[in-house]
Design a protein around this ligand. Structure first.
Ligand code: IPE
Ligand code: IPE
Ligand code: MG
Length: 247
């Protein structure tokens, strides 16, 4: 057996932050209280990610399907998002974290769009650390949007159809500027991807934890990263090929 090498740190970790509602329900509190507590989890987790050396952290905060929830829950979530952006701006600048978004941002309330634009602009020159918020995000919607943009470019003559390839097509996804997630974590015990980054996670390692998002902390992130470090990513090759350094 070979001695343990240096710990493998994922470059990009994506998290499906789930379980806010159940956290509240278990305490006899309204669902929105669970979302409030969920917001408080974000800063420590982003800090911990940076300390571990994770350069990109993507948080699934609101899906295209989440609009179907009761209107007071949806408006409460939008209010929390606005509050989070206002509160975190100075901290993101202090810690040199760049904010990105993926999703149909143009359909979010105007005040949220304004805050997002403000925080993105104020952090756009940072390169080392990146926080990506998936907002009004759905993987199928993303593919439909990308296909439309790709078709428009072909029609305009700027995208030669003969060059159709994944590397070309991926430039039309919301995540064009981001590396693919190496590790996908879902909290709350559910073991599904719920329309999240389906193409980008083609080779992501998945870790499911029963911890509800408001209870998720530094140690839980570290445990998922440790689990990632024990996995062998083969990308279709054999273990022998991986060991001999083939790619
Ligand atoms: C995740 O928590 C947050 C969002 C989807 C916005 P949930 O609200 O889905 O929590 P559960 O799944 O009902 O416990
Ligand atoms: C996924 O969680 C979306 C977010 C975490 C924002 P959901 O709670 O909406 O997913 P389902 O409905 O359990 O699949
Ligand atoms: Mg849920």
């Amino acid at each position: 057996m070979s001695p343990p090498g240096p710990a493998k740190i994922p470059q990009h970790v994506a998290i499906i932050m789930d379980g806010n509602g159940r956290w509240a329900q278990q305490r006899g509190l309204p669902r929105l209280e669970g979302h409030r507590r969920g917001v408080e989890t974000v800063r420590p987790v982003v800090d911990a990610a940076r300390e571990i050396g994770i350069r990109y952290i993507t948080l699934y905060a609101f899906s295209v399907e989440n609009w179907k929830r009761p209107t007071d829950e949806v408006s409460g979530l939008m209010g929390l998002l606005d509050y989070f952006l206002k509160r975190e701006l100075n901290n993101l600048i202090k810690e040199k974290v760049r904010l990105h978004t993926i999703g149909r941002i143009e359909a979010l309330p105007a005040n949220v769009q304004k805050e997002l634009a403000r925080v993105k602009e104020a952090t756009q020159h940072f390169t080392d650390w990146n926080l990506v918020l998936a907002l009004n995000y759905g993987a199928r919607t993303e593919v439909a949007d990308a296909a439309r943009a790709y078709a428009a470019a072909v029609q305009a003559g700027t995208e030669p159809l003969a060059d159709a390839s994944w590397d070309n097509f991926r430039r039309y996804l919301y995540s064009a500027q981001l590396p693919d997630p190496d590790l996908l974590i879902r909290t709350s015990g559910e073991q599904r991807v719920s329309n999240f980054m389906l193409l980008q996670c083609a080779y992501a390692e998945m870790v499911f934890t029963p911890v509800l998002w408001p209870d998720f902390g530094r140690a839980d992130l570290q445990a998922a990263v440790d689990e990632y470090g024990r996995r062998e990513r083969r990308y279709g090759l054999t273990t022998e090929q991986i060991k001999s350094g083939a790619s």
